[in-house]
Design a binder for this molecule. Structure first.
Ligand code: NAP
Length: 603
């Protein structure tokens, strides 16, 4: 039996110093401004490679019951839950050529979800589908999105390869006018927005990036016409090619072993190593997960949410790296527990964190043959500083002769890109292909960035209404002055690593709001007092994570090292409590947001 070594105070102090040093090596004064969006001259990086031209169609001027902005899991679930409530015409408007959102765009080789498929895939009870793998490949997940859309008949009214460009409340008809980039201008009684929080690919602003003459693309727009193969591998187009990849986050960790199989040489440009835990993917049967029982998926999903939210649970049904490390996922633990337990919690937490990170660094040493390479791959920060990743193939890739790790920590990334390659220090790496696994602009929905203008009652623009004191909502869904507009995503609510679960709870709530309004011939609109009360709930007990993130290596968790403001933007008691609060509110208080319709009904 092995015993866990608990670090003593001196060891903890040494670790703190090392973490601080590694942070200082990486913090850049330009913070998040170091990135550039994949638009304008860089629009090529965001173009849809999965549609073969966009067929023309007549602009729509009709009226539907519900318009949903975004056809990822959030939008599809909103549509499905609306159907369950008997809503007639639901029109989902989606930029991509089909449903799927993240799973439509991301089709890179090796793509899998590292949240267990039996809790990640929504509506398994309703569709009767049982995933075949503990961690499903991306294509299985994309197909499941399509499965739900088909089951709930969401295709006939859907608009693909179409972006909503404005939402305007029409007082006379009490409907929203939805305008799109295809010339549509249709009416919808309700609008649900589910535009995702990580949908805009971003590129590093490396000098000279535009001058590269080789082939280049972002992982979320994988160019199989160049690489050959499929998400399962066989990238025959890379034979004889020198491939550079920038980024070693959750995406890079999945892609790099696949590139290594086919490219002549792979240069991995790393700035900060990920923590890479055991994955242990395997085939599963219906018996393995108890799928013969009614409600099995719901039960499993709730169990996972309880554990990763730091709530007590009798059993751990999923039993994987996430649930094992749940106590370390500081940002997920409800802050009221931290407040109650105070300094003793923080001290125990730091020890547990050091044990976990020591274990992960030991895994690198065990797995990577070359000691110098292993040293560079070790993550020197606390567990919750960066998104944890999971792979049983990643480290082995660095034992191959055709894979080189290029550490760019001291130069803050690649210094310069030339026509033929990438410059780091005194060396130019000549490349045929340069792939960016550099992630997405985080937390920027079109509504909050102003890209999607929304005009409510009296023509008031939503961003103006929120400019003074920040967003104002009830439960994150609805706002005064913007009737029948329902937001989904991560505004003023509680989140979880299993984001599809969060979205499904939101979809149920959105559909209940619409059903109640229809039954009461009402519009949905909270009073300013209800918004004030909700903002007070968010402010009371808001977690002080600032100190923690201020000590972390830079990344999107801490605005590239600048720290995390605005902690009062989330419900402080965690997702389990939030879902329970919503359930009770629907049963007891939903009428408080219903106001009589005033428009004359024409049918
Ligand atoms: P990401 O987590 O934002 O990682 C971006 C990577 O690019 C980081 O390693 C970053 O290094 C690196 N980078 C950025 N600029 C650089 C530069 N100038 N030079 C060198 N390196 C640079 O993006 P991602 O891996 O695509 O993940 C995006 C999101 O998708 C994450 O939330 C992730 O959890 C999610 N995801 C989930 C799964 C799943 O299985 N569920 C799979 C893949 C992705 P630094 O760390 O130094 O900034």
């Amino acid at each position: 039996m092995t015993t866990t070594h608990l670090p003593d105070p001196d060891e903890l102090d040494t670790l703190r110093q090392r973490y601080s040093l590694e942070r200082e090596r990486r913090v850049r004064p330009d913070g998040a401004r170091q990135y550039r969006p994949a638009e304008a001259d860089f629009g090529y990086y965001a173009a849809d490679p999965y549609v073969d031209g966009v067929a023309g169609r007549e602009p729509l001027k009709d009226t539907v019951d519900v318009a949903v902005v975004g056809g990822g899991f959030g939008g599809i679930l909103a549509g499905a839950r609306m159907r369950q409530q008997g809503v007639g015409r639901v029109r989902i408007v989606e930029k991509g050529g089909d449903f799927g959102g993240t799973w439509y765009w991301n089709r890179y080789p090796g793509i899998h979800c590292d949240i267990e498929s039996h809790v990640y895939l929504p509506m398994l009870d309703e569709t009767g589908y049982v995933p075949e793998w503990k961690y499903a490949p991306g294509e299985e997940i994309r197909r499941h999105a399509v499965r739900i859309a088909e089951k709930y008949d969401l295709y006939p009214d859907a608009l693909f390869s179409t972006a909503v460009t404005s939402l305007t409340w029409d007082e006379a008809t009490e409907t929203w006018i939805v305008a799109t980039d295809r010339g549509d201008r249709f009416h919808a009684t309700y609008v649900v927005t589910s535009t995702g929080t990580m949908s805009e690919p971003k590129l590093p602003g490396i000098p000279g990036i535009e001058s590269f003459r080789g082939h280049t693309f972002h992982t979320s727009r994988w160019d199989y016409s160049y690489t050959g193969g499929t998400p399962g591998g066989g990238l025959s187009g890379l034979k004889g090619k020198r491939v550079g990849i920038v980024g070693t986050g959750a995406t890079g960790v999945q892609v790099i072993p696949m590139l290594a199989e086919d490219a002549e040489h792979v240069y991995v440009f790393q700035r900060t190593p990920s923590s890479v835990d055991v994955r242990d993917n395997r085939r599963t049967t219906a018996e393995d997960v108890g799928a013969d029982r009614e409600g099995w998926a719901h039960e499993r999903r709730e169990n996972f949410l309880r554990i990763v939210s730091g709530e007590p649970a009798v059993r751990d049904l999923v039993a994987d790296g996430w649930t094992a490390s749940a106590a370390l996922l500081e940002k997920l633990l409800p802050s009221f527990r931290r407040a109650q337990e105070g300094p003793s919690f923080e001290a125990e937490y730091e020890v547990a964190d050091a044990v976990k990170m020591n274990e992960l660094r030991a895994r690198v040493e065990r797995s990577v043959d070359d000691a110098a390479t292993a040293e560079k791959l070790k993550p020197w920060y606390r567990y919750a500083c960066k998104r944890p990743t999971f792979s049983d193939k990643y480290y082995a890739a660095f034992n191959r002769d055709n894979v080189s790790l290029v550490d760019t920590a001291d130069t803050h990334g690649i210094e310069r890109i030339t026509e033929h390659g990438a410059v780091v220090g005194d060396r130019t790496y000549e490349l045929d292909c340069l792939i960016f696994a550099t992630g997405f602009s985080v937390g920027v929905s079109g509504i909050l960035s102003g890209k999607l203008p929304v005009h409510g009652r009296g023509g008031t623009q939503l961003l103006h209404a929120w400019a003074q004191q920040g967003p104002r909502t009830l439960h994150g869904f609805t706002g005064n002055g913007f009737p029948n507009l329902i937001h989904m995503g991560s505004l003023h609510n509680a989140s979880s690593v299993n984001f599809t679960h969060v979205l499904d709870e939101q979809a149920v709530h959105a559909a209940a709001l619409v059903a109640a309004a229809e039954a009461g011939r009402a519009v949905v609109e909270p009073s300013p007092e209800a918004e004030d009360a909700w903002l007070a709930v968010l402010a009371k007990g808001a977690a002080d994570h600032e100190w923690f993130h201020a000590e972390c290596t830079p990344g999107y968790y801490n605005r590239e090292g600048l720290g995390r403001p605005n902690t009062a933007s989330a419900f402080p008691h965690g997702a389990v409590a939030f879902h329970e609060l919503l359930r009770r509110w629907r049963e007891e208080s939903i009428a408080e947001v219903l106001r009589p319709r005033t428009a004359v009904e024409t049918n």
